[in-house]
Design a protein around this ligand. Structure first.
Ligand code: MN
Length: 256
């Protein structure tokens, strides 16, 4: 016998809820309902008070979420206006809240045997780290080699100064969000991690794609995603060399 569920193709809808006021409680209610319905995708509260939802799964489940939103979820002040359109099924493996920090990140420029940049992402209370010889780029056509290195303590994030063999400068820092279809940080373990940076220099979506090896010394590529923060043709390392903490360049720090 054929299971009728196996013949039901998943569908996807992009839904905008004009709820009036941004409300983290509303986001949580939508998250709970979507998960209860077995839906995949994400919910994001925008600064203008709208809530954006990507929902994919069984057609009946997607309709169930739409009906729930049209009735007006309990915490919303009355029913909001709901807009929806069909979109592509993206293959999400979770229903997640977007726009919520996964932790902090820092990029430190490091003069050692060779100059390089260290990208560090907070994962499980430590800073997972990659040495990026040429540094990050906001140009989505640029692929930068990123060699995984030992995790660092979070206490090292604010370090800037001279070291025995050179020096370290805090080139950028801020919060980051998970951005992909796979739960974070499992995405890193699987070797394809999408994340969104909220730094002073680096903003928007980035991808770390593992190409060779595992663990420390694994080779990855760091890429900027094509989004409204991408800057084709730019060279952020050349144009913005100064520390976000002290305003000095690494040369100034080393000669100071
Ligand atoms: Mn280093």
């Amino acid at each position: 016998m054929t299971n009728p569920l196996e013949r039901t193709k998943p569908v996807a809808r992009r839904i905008t809820l004009h709820a009036g006021v941004p409300d983290a409680g509303l986001r949580e209610v939508i998250l709970a309902r979507a998960r209860a319905l077995g839906l995949l995708g994400w919910v994001r509260a925008e600064a203008d008070g709208t809530v954006l939802i990507h929902a994919e799964g069984e057609p009946g489940a997607v309709d169930g979420l739409l009906a729930f939103l049209r009735e007006g979820p309990p915490v919303a002040a009355g029913a909001g206006r709901v807009e929806e359109r069909t979109t592509a099924v993206e293959g999400h493996e979770q229903f997640a809240v977007r726009g919520v920090p996964a932790g902090v990140f820092v990029v430190q420029e490091h003069a050692a045997t060779a100059r390089h940049f260290d990208l560090r992402l907070e994962v499980g209370g430590a800073m997972r780290s990659w040495a990026v010889p040429k540094g990050p780029s906001l140009d989505p056509t640029v692929r930068r080699l990123a060699v995984e290195v030992e995790e660092h303590d979070m206490g090292h994030n604010a370090f800037e100064g001279r070291t025995a063999g050179g020096g370290v400068l805090v080139w950028d820092r801020g919060a980051y969000e998970q951005g992909g279809r796979v739960p974070w940080p499992e995405a890193l373990d699987r070797g394809h991690a999408v994340f969104v940076l909220h730094g002073e220099k680096l903003q928007g979506g980035f991808v770390l794609q593992r190409t060779r090896g595992t663990g420390v010394k694994a080779q990855w590529l760091l890429l900027k995603r094509r989004d409204d923060r991408a800057r084709p043709g730019s060279d952020v390392v050349r144009d913005h060399p100064r520390s976000v903490v002290s305003g000095v360049t690494l040369d100034e720090l080393l000669s100071g």
